[in-house]
Design a protein around this ligand. Sequence first.
Ligand SMILES: [Zn+2]
Length: 299
Amino acid sequence: MTRFLASLMLCFSLSSTAFAEPALRVLTTFTILQDFVREIGGDRVTVTTLVGFDEDAHAFDPRASDIRRLRDADLLVSNGLGFDPWIDPMMQSARFTGTHVVASSQVTPLERDDEGHDEPGHEHHHDGMADPHAWLDATNAMNYVRTIAAALIAADPAGKSIYEANEAAYLAQLNTLEKDLRAGFASLPPSRRTVVTPHDAFGYFAHAYGLHFLAPAGLSNEAAPSAAAVADLIRQLRELNVDRVYLETLADDRLIQRIGRETGATVGGALYADALSRKDGADTYTGLMRHNLKTLTAP
Ligand SMILES: [Zn+2]
């Protein structure tokens, strides 16, 4: 009898979780945010993303079907800080009436010229322009997660205990990640701390983990560096004896390959910054960060 009751109750609980309509339809601007929402929302939400795996948010051009997806969403999560500025006209076109949460709203932004150097590729940036790539510091990622969890709870108060439990479990994972990043980069020799990547995505990452990134292109993949900027960068790399340069999955490899040839630096593999990927285990945020750690600390 007890067993019968238990299995009956199991039946009911299965039907109420597995077959129920998700409480919220969430749309995110890019894959990192989608991953955060999936971690916190679990089965209680459906979450899709405008800019997909291995796609470049800087170059996103919304289609009519994207406008329709936005119109149908209950909650929109964007990055802010100028990463996904196309969302504002999209919200107008879609006459979006749901809730919009900016995931970076509680993060302290880094100014692009934070380091104060006249680094190659930086001259086209306006003073005071914020660097949008805040998620590449795991502490900021935790901040994003808290902001997103609060938004999910506000939009769906009945799911509060579920969201809070998922949030706590995921924050614990991010905490472990942060410790591993700090420990991993602490052992990197000084000669390996200057890192060359195609686009200037790693400001927060550098700031958090004690590295120094140089990029021939600017904050987005779209700005092409001038010949003088590239020559400057090559001269700087020779002075610093930089022995390794890195590729980035969404960027054009040719310039980095050329810089490698001209400085004698080895090409040390591809880093991920602006999108999750089906490759290299970078299909989750923690996977992406661990891949970058492994690549940058490889012997
Ligand atoms: Zn970027």
